[in-house]
Design a protein around this ligand. Structure first.
Ligand SMILES: *Cc1c(COP(=O)(O)O)cnc(C)c1O
Length: 227
C-alpha cells in the first residue's frame, strides 16, 4: 500500500496540475472539486488521504463502498462519491453511504435509490454514453431528456449534473469533443455539475468545464484488477 509521504507528494503534484489547468482555462480553482478515486485500494489508503485533509472519495463498486463506508465511519467530514453504475439490488448501499452518485443510467435504479434514501436527498448525475460505445455504461444522448424528467420527479434525488467516461485514449485531446458535448447537453437542461476527467485527461476536462474530476491512479498508484 502507498505510504503517507508518497501520497502527500502525489496530492501536491496533482494540485499543481489542477491549479495550472484552472489558470489556463481562466477558472477559479474552487470551481473544480477533486474526487480521489480509491476503488480497489484498501481503506487504510483512504484514511491516510483523509489525515492529509482530503474529503471527497470515489468508489465504483457498491459492496466495496458499503464496506469502506463502515470501516471509515469515524472519519469526520468524509464524503463518498459512487462513480460506477449499480444494480437495483445494490442501490441500497449507495443510498446509505453516498453523498453524490455519478452514474445514474436507469429509471429502475433511480426509483430504488429514492425509495431507500433517508435524510438529505442524494445528489445525482446522469452518466451519458457520449461516444455511443456499445459496451459502455451510460445513457445514449437522445434518451437523456426523458430520464432527466423522470429523475426530477423523484423526491429523494436531487439531479445536479451529467457524467462522461469517454473511451480511454493515449491522447487526451481525443476526449475533448466528448467533454464539450457533455457540457452543451448539461447547459440545455440547466444542470450545473459536470463530472468528467480522470488521470489521463482531467486537464482537458477542466478546460471544457468539468466541475468534478475523478482521479485515482495519479494519487494512489496502479490498482489491482477487479476480482
Ligand atoms: C477508475 C475510475 C476513475 C479513475 O481513473 P484513473 O485513471 O485511475 O484516474 C474515474 N472514473 C471512473 C468512472 C472510474 O471507474
Amino acid at each position: 500500500m502507498i505510504d503517507k509521504a508518497t501520497l502527500a507528494a502525489n496530492f501536491a503534484a496533482l494540485e499543481a496540475r489542477l491549479a495550472a489547468a484552472c489558470t489556463r482555462a481562466s477558472r477559479r480553482r474552487e470551481s473544480v472539486s477533486l474526487v480521489a478515486v480509491s476503488k480497489l485500494h484498501p481503506p487504510q489508503a483512504v484514511r491516510l488521504a483523509w489525515e492529509l485533509g482530503h474529503r471527497d472519495f470515489g468508489e465504483n463498486y457498491a459492496q466495496e463502498l458499503r464496506d469502506k463506508h463502515t470501516a471509515l465511519a469515524d472519519c469526520a467530514g468524509l464524503r463518498w462519491h459512487a462513480i460506477g453504475p449499480v444494480q437495483p439490488k445494490n442501490a441500497k448501499y449507495v443510498a446509505k453511504a453516498a453523498t453524490v452518485f455519478h452514474a445514474l443510467e436507469r429509471l429502475e435504479v433511480a426509483q430504488e435509490l429514492s425509495k431507500r434514501r433517508t435524510g438529505a436527498p442524494l445528489q445525482c448525475l446522469i452518466e451519458v454514453n457520449v461516444a455511443g460505445e456499445a459496451s459502455k455504461a451510460g445513457v445514449p444522448p437522445l434518451e437523456v431528456p426523458a430520464l432527466i424528467a423522470q429523475v426530477r420527479a423523484l423526491p429523494q434525488l436531487e439531479l445536479v449534473g451529467l457524467t462522461a467516461m469517454p473511451p480511454l485514449e493515449e491522447d487526451p485531446e481525443r476526449s475533448r469533443p466528448h467533454f464539450r458535448a457533455l457540457r452543451e447537453l448539461a447547459a440545455q437542461h440547466g444542470l450545473q455539475q459536470l463530472s468528467m476527467g480522470t488521470t489521463g485527461d482531467f486537464e482537458v476536462a477542466i478546460e471544457e468545464g468539468a466541475t468534478l474530476v475523478r482521479v485515482g491512479t495519479a494519487l494512489f498508484g496502479h490498482r489491482a484488477e477487479p476480482v
